[in-house]
Design a protein around this ligand. Structure first.
Ligand SMILES: Nc1ncnc2c1ncn2[C@@H]1O[C@H](COP(=O)(O)OP(=O)(O)OP(=O)(O)O)[C@@H](O)[C@H]1O
Length: 419
């Protein structure tokens, strides 16, 4: 058992007990003092002997408490600067805490920050050995695991290169590879997915699944809510150092998305808004809503969602075509439709009239953020746009299975065994 200001190597030497939670965090507070003015030279200090340094105090972790059970995959989420990494560093013994109590039951392996624990002037080969031993392996075990560590990181050709010549992605692969090979009971993993490329991410996902099945206790910091929903049993949401929610991953993902995107949906577009059309009809507003007509900024995968356009006519127009285009975060059109596709007349409108057009769709979208580009065009005109406003409304979809695809299409399998 380690407590309070433990160092990772000290933690590594400790043995696991099955009694009690694997990790216990009670009323923990950690502040940083940020000096207003710093004296960097003795001369400055001598010239200003009576000037006292004043500080701002930044409460990075503020009264946080939770317990993580043995074998639990526990997510720590929150916006930038919310205190996630500081909390992990306190758990790893890298920072002392100011108040409260921390306990880690079992051997700890931290994967925390690029390069922590690595010596940049040594080769990858030396760093792997030193790190593995620091994290609790014997020299013999470290030698036995060496090939596996390097193979997972796919760095066989770069063994004798000094780490200072590694790219950040290569360093992350190496550090993660060591962290998962040292048989620790408790793993602290900070943002491993953010730095690697797509292939490495898939490998991490496979490794998470394996660790989960092996019953390891994992504390996992990430901004990827689909990974939280896929792997975590529970998660905590931090905001400005404080714990604002703790519970089931889908609910935490939803609150995280609300914190992040909740404010964007009715945001007035700036001057750089992409807008086309002669404006004889204008799109006044667009939004997403639930089936019962409530405006929403997030929705669970599988629940029906409506995209809505509100428009005002400045000229008499017969049978205008209303268009809805949904794009994902990287700008790929996921789904597009128009009222014209059903060949139904939409009606005749006089100047001054307004209209609200709703399009309800079956929500097969995977967890991500989506933007609606609404448009109005003259009937039969092809590209004769009255108004088009790019990315006017936003919705965040959460939940559903993570498959790597952009939609989860309802489907069924048929298996026919040969004779
Ligand atoms: N060593 C430090 N000295 C001073 N301030 C620090 C230090 N480390 C972190 N902070 C501050 O503490 C706050 C919490 O930072 P932390 O890195 O824990 O946030 P985070 O949730 O991990 O953020 P991100 O998602 O951006 O990684 C931030 O305001 C940060 O600027």
């Amino acid at each position: 058992m380690t407590s309070l200001t433990s160092h990772p190597s000290a933690a590594a030497a400790a043995t696991a007990t099955s009694a009690g939670p694997a990790v216990s965090v009670r009323d923990v507070r950690k502040a940083f003092r940020l000096p207003h003015q710093q004296y960097s030279t003795l001369k400055e200090r001598v010239l200003h002997p009576f000037r006292t340094t004043t500080y701002d105090v930044l409460q990075a972790v503020d009264d946080v408490s939770f317990e993580v059970a043995e074998g639990e995959f526990f997510g720590i989420v929150g916006r930038n600067g919310s205190g996630k990494s500081t909390l992990l560093k306190c758990l790893a013994g890298i920072y002392d805490i100011d108040e409260g109590h921390l306990e880690v039951n079992g051997r700890l392996s931290p994967f925390i920050e690029l390069g922590v624990g690595f010596n940049m002037d040594l080769t990858a080969r030396d760093n792997v050995m030193i790190n593995a031993i620091m994290l609790g392996l014997t020299r013999q075990q470290a030698r036995e695991r060496f090939d596996d560590i390097i193979a997972f990181a796919e760095l066989e050709e770069f063994l004798d290169l000094k780490l200072k010549n590694y790219s950040s992605g290569m360093t992350v692969r190496l550090a993660f590879s060591v962290a998962i090979q040292v048989d620790a009971e408790v793993l602290l993993i900070d943002e491993v997915l953010a730095v690697g490329d797509a292939a490495f991410q898939q490998k991490c996902f496979a490794e998470f699944q394996r660790m989960k099945e092996a019953g390891r206790t994992i504390l996992f910091v990430t901004h990827d809510m689909s990974a939280v929903e896929r792997f975590c049993d529970r998660a905590v949401l931090l905001e400005k150092g404080r714990m604002i929610d703790l519970g089931e991953p889908a609910a935490i993902g939803r609150r995280y998305n609300e914190l992040n995107f909740g404010r964007t949906v009715h945001q007035l577009p700036g001057d750089d808004e992409e807008r086309f059309g002669d404006q004889e009809a204008q799109i006044v507003d667009a939004w997403f809503e639930s089936r019962d007509g409530e405006r929403i900024v997030e929705a669970a995968h599988g629940t029906p969602v409506r995209a809505v356009i509100e428009a005002r006519f400045h000229a008499d127009i017969d049978d205008p075509i209303f268009g809805f285009t949904l794009r994902n975060q990287v700008g790929t059109t996921i789904f597009a439709t128009t009222t014209d596709l059903t060949h139904e007349p939409t009606g005749s409108f006089r100047a001054g009239e307004t209209v609200v057009v709703r399009m309800e769709f079956q929500n097969m979208l995977v967890a991500s953020e989506y933007r609606l580009t609404p448009s109005i065009a003259r009937a039969g005109s092809g590209a004769d746009a009255l108004d088009l406003r790019a990315d006017l409304a936003t919705v965040v979809i959460h939940g559903g299975h993570f498959t790597g695809g952009v939609v989860n299409v309802p489907h069924e399998f048929t298996i026919e065994r040969g004779g």
